[in-house]
Ligand binder design. Structure first.
Ligand code: TRP
Length: 342
């Protein structure tokens, strides 16, 4: 890179924050939707990944040991896919008490009516069947997410489209705070939406842990093979010679997401639609693509799982660094509420 270019890209450096709830292993959908973006962003921007264990507790308060175990598993998944501790800060939410205090202060800037109107929260309440027993912490989690985002003064938040309402709420809080302070205090943030459409589960339904229809990054070769074989294709495509449908065909969704040979995939689609390409051949190709994608990830995962120091130092130093930044933001926000140190 020329010095001029290096300088202009340094000037464009942004603060990126993403988060994951530690509720289960990461799968290929996460890889296509967010992990690949993070791998690309880590050398371009100042990136933090937050393991949102407090947020996980808002609907997993009954399974605290599982949440705790998944914190470590997430860290392992990050290292396994190539997140570099020198390039990305990985922090644990519960290790940053400043986030809790920011949340309490922000709660004064948000109405219950606004929280109930948040479309993602509404959808999730329905999905979890909370009925009228909605945990207050769950209803308020968009506020704690606003604390996460503002605590590092993030300007870019890579997310799926379901998280757009969280970004809107964060920016509303940032504006209220600026109004209260009489001056801009914290930056507003922008989403980066993943270009890859949401990857379906192997059965064509939404990928979910309870349905067991996702392929985990840690899946062994036999499981990958079995899941590819069981993939939903086109129920009307009975004989190889029949014309087949590409839309809604899970094998093509995965090939689109992971096969590096784009043009060959387009050719396969043409042949499949015309008739003359069987599901078995198609699945064999996908299996090869996935096995070669997952083998190095699995190997690195195995190596890191024996390296306790690598995981501990990733989490400990990332949390400490983020805590220092959050403390500065909290000082500013406390001052807006006239909470000078007593
Ligand atoms: N709500 C996000 C999810 O369920 C996780 C998350 C927590 C997050 N804090 C965040 C995402 C901050 C982006 C920024 O996936």
């Amino acid at each position: 890179m020329s010095p001029a270019l290096a300088e202009s890209s340094a000037a464009l450096r942004e603060v990126v924050l993403t988060g994951d709830r530690p509720t289960g292993p990461l799968h290929l959908g996460h890889f296509a939707g967010s992990l690949r973006t993070r791998l690309a962003l880590q050398h371009q921007h100042d990136q933090t990944i937050l393991i949102a264990d407090l947020q996980a507790l808002t609907d997993h308060a009954g399974q605290p040991a599982d949440v705790r175990r998944h914190v470590r598993e997430l860290a392992l998944d990050y290292l396994a896919v190539g997140i570099e501790p020198e390039a990305t800060t990985v922090a644990v939410q519960s290790g940053i008490p400043e986030l809790a205090e920011l949340t309490v202060l922000y709660l004064n800037l948000v109405t219950v009516a606004r929280l109930v109107r948040n479309p993602t929260v509404r959808e999730e309440i329905k999905l979890r069947g909370f009925g009228s027993s909605i945990p207050a912490g769950f209803l308020a989690y968009p506020v704690s997410q606003a604390a996460d985002i503002t605590a590092v003064r993030a300007t870019l938040v890579p997310v799926g489209d379901d998280q757009l309402p969280m970004i809107e709420q964060t920016n509303e809080i940032v504006r209220r705070l600026a109004h209260l302070a009489g001056r801009p205090l914290l930056p507003e943030c922008r989403p980066i939406l993943s270009k890859t459409p949401r990857l379906p589960g192997v059965d064509g339904r939404k990928a979910s842990k309870s349905l067991g229809n996702a392929i985990a990054l840690s899946a062994d070769p036999d499981e990958v093979r079995a899941k590819v074989r069981a993939m939903f294709t086109d129920p009307g495509h009975l004989r190889t010679s029949d014309p087949g449908r590409v839309e809604g065909n899970v094998v093509f969704s995965y090939l689109d997401a992971f096969d590096p040979q784009r043009e060959e995939v387009e050719e396969l689609k043409r042949r499949y639609q015309a008739g003359g390409l069987g599901d078995v051949a198609l699945k064999r190709r996908l299996e090869e693509v996935l096995q070669s994608l997952l083998a190095p990830i699995r190997d690195r995962r195995r190596a890191f799982s024996r390296d306790h120091d690598a995981i501990e130092s990733l989490l400990r130093s990332g949390t400490a660094r983020t805590r220092a930044t959050a403390a500065g933001v909290l000082r500013d926000v406390r001052a807006v509420f006239a909470l000078d140190p007593v």
